[in-house]
Design a binder for this molecule. Structure first.
Ligand code: SF4
Ligand code: SF4
Length: 116
């Protein structure tokens, strides 16, 4: 599963630079697939959805830092544990029960994000 940030976030910013996939964004900032990844051009998800990697997407939170589930790999392939969880001073980076992925799926997502 991906990690999500709860409303307990105090907006300290400690987690953002630790993410190997640039999946963490400050409140109200728009996000892009191409930020901190190798994704470029048109991304075809194979389900009829095609997205430009440079397209800006609306922030998922206007109040606190947030994580883009499609870019979070639980740090699989980079670190032994989710780095946002490891550095968060208030333990508000928690498992997202709505986004469940296997280790293999997370590794495949990492390879996809970084064109490996
Ligand atoms: Fe980024 Fe890792 Fe946190 Fe996911 S678990 S948001 S990949 S630091
Ligand atoms: Fe919020 Fe924790 Fe990230 Fe700080 S480290 S911005 S409290 S989620």
């Amino acid at each position: 599963m991906a990690i999500k940030i709860t409303d307990e976030c105090i907006n300290c910013g400690a987690c953002e630079p630790e993410c190997p996939n640039n999946a963490i964004y400050d409140a109200a900032y728009e996000w892009r697939f191409s930020d901190g990844t190798a994704l470029s051009g048109l991304i075809d998800f194979g389900n009829g959805q095609v997205v430009n990697a440079d397209e800006q997407h609306e922030a998922l939170s206007d109040e606190v830092y947030y994580i883009v589930p499609d870019k979070c790999t639980e740090c699989t392939g980079f670190h032994d544990e989710p780095q946002c969880q490891a550095v968060c001073p208030v333990d508000c980076c928690v498992d997202d029960e709505d986004v469940r992925e296997s280790k293999e799926e997370l590794l495949a997502k990492k390879a996809w994000l970084h064109n490996e």
